[in-house]
Design a protein around this ligand. Sequence first.
Ligand SMILES: NC(=O)c1ccc[n+]([C@@H]2O[C@H](COP(=O)([O-])OP(=O)(O)OC[C@H]3O[C@@H](n4cnc5c(N)ncnc54)[C@H](OP(=O)(O)O)[C@@H]3O)[C@@H](O)[C@H]2O)c1
Length: 345
Amino acid sequence: MKAIGLRQYLPIAHPEALIDLILPVPEPGAHDLLVRVEAVSVNPVDAKVRGQQSPTPAQPRVLGWDAAGTVVAVGSAVTRFAVGDAVYFAGDITRPGSNAQFTLVDERIVGPKPRSLDFAQAAALPLTAITAWEALFDRLGLESTPAADSPQRGQSILVIGAGGGVGSIAVQLAASAGLTVIGTASRPESQAWVRELGAAHVVDHRQDLRAQLDALGVGEVDHLLLLSDTDAHFPRIPALLRPQGLACGIVENTAPLDLRPLHGKSQGFVWEMMFARSMYRTPDMAAQHALLAEVARRIDAGALRGTLREVLGPIDAAHLREAHRRIESGHTMGKLVLAGWGATE
Ligand SMILES: NC(=O)c1ccc[n+]([C@@H]2O[C@H](COP(=O)([O-])OP(=O)(O)OC[C@H]3O[C@@H](n4cnc5c(N)ncnc54)[C@H](OP(=O)(O)O)[C@@H]3O)[C@@H](O)[C@H]2O)c1
């Protein structure tokens, strides 16, 4: 089968940073689906893994985790899916990735593809939807479908980095959970995109955030989702968040974080890491199957919209290198996708 991978971890400017490969089709284990990949999306984690300073891998390494495709074989313990089903998933970072014509994925972290989306639109969603859902509803403990009289309705949430892949779905999920969303974006086009997704207000993460919240009459927010540059934004949390409020971060810090300033207002900070359930085979890992099924249901009902912004071309090394270059700029909006395998399938 065709695949795209690496033999060495290299900067993206190097022509061999990502290369076209021919590899054997893998055999499913008991809980696995063998999926024919139709489209993949690119996330910052792909570029971070590719660019890491690690020893050369013993075997060529296939990256890529977001994908949509069709089930072509199932393992002996599979109960949720059958051959022919269209699926979408974000995979497991400890296994070979989805940048291949065929990939294996544990059925417990796979969802049925939204019927109203094509494969490219579906591939844009899973990794960011899992991250946003888990951050809001598992880590911050918000209700995904609050009752009409829930105190959550009308509470505020600040989403820092609202125009990126994760922000584009987090803003929608938070707004549909009755929250007043204040999203951050720094450019006119990303600010317009965040408004389109349902943010009540947009502020600029390159300016003083607290002053902008005060000018809007919002003041301290009830909840905070930090989707970018933890090193820079973490020290601002105590001033932005109400007493007893909780903030969730998703980007690993590079320098130690000082928790002391959170003590006075009894504020909390929690991490979301969307690969934790699959990486540690947690007893509740099938929660990702359930949430992807719920996201698909909401997409098909028109309650959520897709976040695909651009299909760059077919799935090959040249287009994947271009996708990594764009992701590394840190200023993409929504999601970039590659779809199909070109003329020589
Ligand atoms: N822990 C997890 O499970 C998990 C899961 C997914 C992603 N992540 C990580 O979370 C981060 C975001 O992922 P993503 O897919 O949303 O990335 P992305 O799509 O590349 O995010 C791009 C967005 O980030 C905004 N941005 C750039 N610099 C910023 C800053 N200093 N402060 C606030 N926003 C800034 C940009 O807005 P403007 O162009 O308007 O400036 C842009 O719209 C990445 O580091 C990724 O690796 C972690």
